[in-house]
Design a protein around this ligand. Structure first.
Ligand SMILES: Nc1ncnc2c1ncn2[C@@H]1O[C@H](COP(=O)(O)OP(=O)(O)OP(=O)(O)O)[C@@H](O)[C@H]1O
Length: 574
């Protein structure tokens, strides 16, 4: 057992996962690291004498009510990941860079850090309510590229901010590890390299990777905020199903409350006295997951799986669509026979268990495609509940905000202005209730009595911001110049066709990968190699006509691209 223990606390799961990866990489062999979001913090979690590393001074007031006496809090400082500054440093001196980050506080912190280190250029904070500086050459963002609308000048992504070296040294001093300083600094450098290599796009699987198993059902039906008719009917249905023994399938977008509802179902069922275990299939490789779920039996001995551990209680299998074909058939067998056979074993053990499965993809589509077993799908879909996305039940938004402010964050006196509330209600909430909680905690930390629109994080104000950006940089769109640039490479027709594909895609909310674009181009008579297509996409991206993003959102046409295409089509028609 390690001598020291450090608990990391942050508001946002994404940032918690970044710093946790970094801290583990540096001192994971010397200090036992635990992590929790502020929301999951309970009085039982922290013991007297423990050390917490808080992700910022603004969360001190949020965590205080949960801390016993004698706890040490170290406040983490965020720094730039130097490894990602290469592009910025290679520019000719004196560039004017606009810095875009998610909140006003973070934007200013990033500007200060950049001014201090990259003094060769000028940096300006992007403030939605202030006029934009003229003649901006670049937009710089620490991993928030999705906040930058198309039509802006070239974007340089310097990657998410990381733990500052000072913070690491403070931690090492606190635990009496100063003798290891030189080693820790080397490991710190290494962690910057490894963090810079992975694109930090948000994915629930990534976030849950370290923390894949929930061992307690903390939520009850009374905790679920449901005011909209669709959520009220979800809640009624869940309460009814909780009383049965049948498997329940919950599906809905990320952050809509599937895990929460699964726990509430367990606590409202007759097996509530039994164990509650939950496992996320997306966070485990096929083999490991199957061993974990069904157990193993071989010469080395017998190791029971989660089905046996959860016997007499509930097992929640999250992202069940990620289960391998053999995992699916084993699960089906359990449903049909109520017995589990360990991997490598020959005898089966009876299990009396309530199974809840969740998915964020529509299983019926997967079953139709053949990637999910139909027979298993029929078992799961018999009692399925669809949790609507937050933007489909906007009536819940003010109640959720009020609930979080008062019940979780102890802010009884904070007023949100009518305009700000309207912006929150009309925002699209891609991260659903999880994102809403993050936004509300951000507002709670501002230490203001009244919150108006200007205090909202940038992603929430994005639509408004897009218009402003667009207006500002639209004047810079000169289609003749763009045509000239594309023609320098000699592929205007293909580029227009590529833009048409993405423009159509945007209209029907579909994004295309490179292979799909290549296939469509081929059908339209443009035979390009992958290399040729990549080059064209790069040029279109450089010109700000396409937004190239990692992860689910893929490549999309930018506003500037749409405008350019519209003008060219009009010119071609004339
Ligand atoms: N109706 C609700 N009332 C109160 N809190 C909610 C509600 N729905 C979700 N939450 C909160 O939002 C957060 C995200 O919910 P949860 O983890 O259950 O989502 P999920 O659908 O399982 O997400 P993922 O698919 O990404 O794992 C949790 O902290 C949960 O407590």
């Amino acid at each position: 057992m390690k001598k020291h223990q450090l608990t990391l606390v942050a508001i946002q799961e994404e940032y918690l996962s970044t710093i946790s990866k970094q801290v583990r990489e540096i001192v994971g062999d010397l200090i036992e690291i635990r992590e929790t979001t502020v929301k999951k913090l309970t009085r039982e979690l922290v013991h007297p004498g423990e050390t917490l590393l808080l992700s910022g001074d603004f969360i001190v007031q949020l965590v205080k009510p949960f801390l016993p006496d004698g706890v040490t809090c170290i406040i983490a400082k965020r720094g730039l990941n130097f490894v990602n500054l290469k592009e910025l440093l290679s520019l000719p001196k004196g560039r004017k860079c606009l810095v875009v980050n998610d909140t006003r506080r973070n934007t200013h912190e990033t500007v200060e850090a950049l001014k201090e280190i990259v003094f060769e250029h000028q940096f300006y904070p992007y403030e939605p309510d202030q006029p934009l500086p003229d003649n901006i050459d670049y937009v710089v963002t620490p991993g928030e590229e999705q906040l930058i609308p198309g039509g802006s000048p070239k974007v340089i992504d310097i990657g998410p901010r990381v733990l500052d070296l000072d913070t690491l040294l403070e931690v090492s001093k606190h635990f009496g590890l100063t003798g290891h300083s030189s080693l820790l600094v080397k490991r710190y450098m290494k962690s910057l390299v490894s963090l810079s290599q992975e694109k930090q796009t948000y994915s629930p699987a990534h976030v849950h990777a370290e923390n894949t198993m929930e061992k307690k059902a903390n939520y009850f039906f009374a905790d679920v905020v449901a005011k909209s008719p669709s959520m009220v009917s979800v809640l009624n249905m869940a309460q009814k199903l909780a009383k049965t023994d049948s498997p329940v399938h919950l599906y809905g977008d990320t952050g809509t409350g599937k895990s929460m509802l699964a726990q509430a179902i367990h606590n409202g069922s007759h097996v509530r006295g039994g164990p509650y275990l939950s496992v996320n299939c997306a966070a485990r490789s096929g083999d490991t997951l199957e061993k974990e779920l069904f157990g193993t039996e071989n010469d080395q001995g017998v190791s029971p799986g989660l089905f046996e551990y959860a016997n007499g209680g509930t097992l929640c299998i999250e992202e069940v669509n990620e289960l391998s074909a053999s995992g699916q058939s084993r699960l089906l067998q359990i449903f049909e026979e109520k017995r589990v056979t360990r991997i490598g074993g020959s005898l089966s053990t009876p299990v009396n268990i309530r199974v809840i499965t969740t998915s964020s993809t529509d299983l019926s589509a997967l079953a139709k495609k053949g990637t999910f077993r139909r027979d298993l799908y029929y078992h799961l879909s018999a009692l399925a509940i669809n949790i609507p996305s937050l933007c489909e039940r906007t009536e819940d938004i003010p109640f959720l905000i009020d609930h979080y402010l008062k019940q979780h964050l102890g802010k009884t006196d904070l007023t949100i202005t009518h305009d700000a509330m309207q912006t929150l209600i009309h925002y699209s909430w891609p991260g659903n209730v999880r994102e809403l909680y993050n936004v509300v905690s951000h507002l709670a930390c501002l230490d203001e009595k009244t919150v108006d629109s200007s205090a909202l994080p940038l992603n929430v104000k994005k639509e408004e911001q897009e218009k402003r950006f667009h207006h500002h940089f639209a004047q810079q769109i000169d289609e003749k110049q763009i045509i000239q640039k594309i023609e320098e490479h000699g592929f205007l027709e293909e580029s227009l066709e590529i833009l048409r594909i993405f423009e159509r895609g945007k209209r029907v909310h579909t994004s295309f990968g490179r292979l799909a674009v290549k296939k469509i181009l081929n059908e339209r008579g443009f035979k390009l190699s992958e290399q040729q297509l990549r080059l064209r996409l790069e040029v279109l991206h450089e010109l700000g006509l396409l937004n190239v993003r990692q992860g689910r959102s893929g490549t999309t046409i930018s506003r500037k691209g749409e405008q350019f295409l519209k003008k060219i089509e009009a010119m071609l028609k004339a």
